[in-house]
Design a binder for this molecule. Structure first.
Ligand SMILES: [Zn+2]
Ligand SMILES: [Zn+2]
Length: 328
């Protein structure tokens, strides 16, 4: 397996496209649809004596443009089969009804979070540009959790890990020393993948993401190949670190409500993250929302209009998260 790293200044840092060559030429993810990234991907293929026309299959970890953006044009050139989880299939396909319903969800969320006019305008301008990164429509082949694929004699198993995106999926396979997986943005080596703002279709985003982290721990992977940056050598430990990070963030949200009284989502985000730019104008309050929603679901905050108020003076945050023992 070879890795082709692509530039990405818009999202979580450099994107990884994985190339598996053999009888079939297979890519995992496809990078953002920008001219320089397109060239980098072509150069990466050329370094292995391949062209875009040689691609037989593209497996997408999720619909985000920095993962699926170039899939449409690569498919147009190669006739490749593009595999994506059924929950993200319509967005990758560019289905107009679904794409426009998704834009409506975004506008609803900005209202729900009480985002002021200034940042709202800035975000919507940014997202207009972002739409171009989606690239061409794709003729998708949807899969579900547990589906398996033969990839040059190796078996890929789809593992649905919703949270960061509704249809996020990892592809597990047997490596030389044990189980490995391509994990997309389910866990990343450096940042904590955004939950709450990165896909507005996800209900109870934090709870779903926590379940996905636990599933990753159970997969007991030797290695995970993420959608950005470098290989993760201890995926279970990384998943638990991210789980801890969310526990701490929930503590911080409780701290904001203790200090400032009832607050709307935008205000909680401002206390947590300060002033935000570009995609973070979406991801900051999205993250705050995911945590407030988690607290509300457990009955320790109550929502009144846009505002959330603590109903419990001594919130036991640990009780809102699972306790997991690391195997290593
Ligand atoms: Zn993503
Ligand atoms: Zn990403």
């Amino acid at each position: 397996m070879k890795r082709i790293q692509l530039g990405n200044t818009v999202f979580e840092g450099k994107n990884d496209v994985y190339l598996l060559d053999g009888d079939r030429t297979v890519l995992v993810d496809a990078g953002v649809a920008l001219p320089d990234v397109r060239e980098q991907l072509r150069d990466g293929l050329a370094a292995h004596d391949l062209t875009a026309a040689d691609i037989d299959d593209i497996f997408l970890t999720h619909w985000h443009h920095d993962h699926a953006g170039l899939a449409g044009e690569l498919q147009a050139e190669s006739g490749a089969t593009v595999h994506v989880h059924e929950d993200d299939a319509a967005l990758v396909a560019g289905d107009e009804t679904v794409v426009s319903a998704h834009s409506d969800l975004l506008l609803d969320a900005l209202g729900d979070w009480n985002m002021p006019e200034g940042p709202r305008e800035e975000l919507l301008d940014f997202l207009d540009f972002h739409d171009e990164l989606a690239g061409e429509d794709v003729d998708v082949t949807p899969f579900v959790d547990g589906d398996t694929f033969d990839v040059n004699g190796q078996t890929f198993e789809a593992v649905h890990l919703p949270g960061h995106a509704a249809g996020l999926a990892a592809f597990g396979f047997d490596g030389d020393e044990g189980r490995e997986a391509f994990v997309g943005d389910a866990i990343l080596p450096k940042y904590t993948p955004n939950v709450g703002g990165a896909d507005l279709r996800v209900d109870s985003p934090l709870a779903q993401y926590v379940d996905s982290l636990l599933r990753l721990v159970e997969m007991d992977l030797e290695r995970a190949w993420p959608g950005h940056r470098d290989v993760i050598d201890e995926p279970a430990a990384r998943a638990l670190t991210i789980l801890d990070h969310h526990r701490e963030r929930t503590e911080n949200v409780v701290g904001v409500l203790e200090e400032h009284g009832s607050c709307d989502t935008w205000t909680v985000s401002a206390h947590l993250f300060g002033e935000l730019e570009n995609i973070h104008i979406l991801h900051g309050p999205g993250e705050a929302y995911a945590h407030l929603d988690h607290l509300a679901h457990h009955g320790v905050v109550e929502r009144d209009g846009h505002e959330y108020e603590l109903t419990d003076e001594n919130v036991d945050v640990d009780a809102l998260f699972p306790v997991v023992e690391s195997r290593s």
